[in-house]
Design a protein around this ligand. Structure first.
Ligand code: GDP
Length: 294
């Protein structure tokens, strides 16, 4: 299926290394465990998370719950599944989705896909072109809007994002929209200003539409591996992040980063991008994900 196909590079990375390791192993000993540890770290699971996983696996070996290499693989899968926070996205319209992330991670594309996805589920959606800094961002949103028949509220380039959001909220109220999805700027080189801008957008939502559910989605690019984690920490400081969209999993063998993100940030991944097309955004399901890569 699409998920397995999208994750094939990560799957090869994981499965090939782990299967190669286990193929020539008769019994599970310390040497096997050390090699497994290396595989996990090289697959972008991250040092901290790998150590945590190895601790649990060693316990299982000690208590004889793991005897064979099959047991080891099964236990590894179970342990990884247990690392993901389980909170599902629960939409309570009217809802504002504030979408944040660094330029180039796939923010605008993900917003277009989300709008399409929500519309197909029967919601009335409005998009707000809150990235007034990047020249092409509003036009790009317009194209997505036309593709899926979703209205886009936009102002001139360089205008105040807060006023775009203000207008989108008014439009959302009068058109009885269920979901307002707001794009935001991602120019990390002016980090301080950007974070202030995001906080301001957050306040506009609270003040102008207190009855609306406010969720913020952070978009991260899986191909950037551990860098994605560093970005996430910066955004997490500025605004409360409700959930994550992990993009470009189709183009990378570094999908193990999803495991590091789940564990180190303790923020649920809600959606994953597995291609550039309008239907290439999937709901994230930890169990399916782990089964697809291992
Ligand atoms: P933004 O600057 O964060 O708004 O990034 P864009 O939405 O413009 O996306 C940057 C590039 O990444 C575009 O070429 C997108 O087509 C591509 N992209 C976004 N999501 C995915 C994905 O899930 N898979 C792949 N392969 N490409 C993606």
């Amino acid at each position: 299926d699409k998920l397995k196909q999208g994750l094939s590079k990560t799957r090869n990375n994981f499965t090939e290394k782990i299967d190669n390791l286990l193929k020539f192993t008769r019994k599970v000993d310390e040497e096997t465990l050390e090699e497994l540890e290396e595989v996990l770290i090289s697959a972008d699971v991250g040092v901290n998370v790998t150590q945590k996983l190895m601790e649990s696996l060693r316990e299982h070996v000690k208590s004889s719950r793991i005897r064979s290499t099959e047991d080891l693989k099964a236990a590894l899968k179970e342990e990884i599944k247990g690392l993901f926070p389980q909170q599902k996205m629960s939409l309570q319209p009217p809802c504002i989705l504030l979408v944040v992330g660094v330029n180039g991670v796939g923010k605008t594309t993900s917003i277009g896909k989300l709008a399409h996805n929500f519309k197909n589920r029967g919601y009335k959606v409005i998009m707000a072109a809150g990235d007034t800094f990047r020249a092409a961002a509003a036009e790009q949103l317009d194209v997505w809007g036309q593709r899926s028949g979703v209205d886009v509220i936009r102002h001139q380039e360089g205008s105040d994002p807060a006023s775009v959001l203000f207008d989108a909220i008014q439009a959302g109220k009068s058109r009885r929209a269920d979901i307002i999805i707001c794009d935001t700027a991602g120019r990390l080189h002016t980090k301080k200003n950007l974070m202030e801008e995001l906080r301001k957008l957050y306040r506009v939502c609270q003040k102008e539409y207190p009855d609306a559910q406010l969720l913020s989605l952070m978009v991260l690019d899986a191909t950037t591996g551990q860098n994605a984690l560093a970005q996430a920490r910066i955004f997490k400081e500025a605004v409360d992040i409700s959930g994550i969209v992990l993009t470009k999993l189709d183009g990378t063998a570094r999908g193990g980063i999803a495991i590091a993100i789940a564990q180190e940030l303790n923020i649920p991944v809600w959606f994953i991008g597995v291609g550039e097309g309008i239907d290439d955004l999937q709901d994230f399901n930890p169990d399916e994900f782990v089964d697809a890569i291992l």
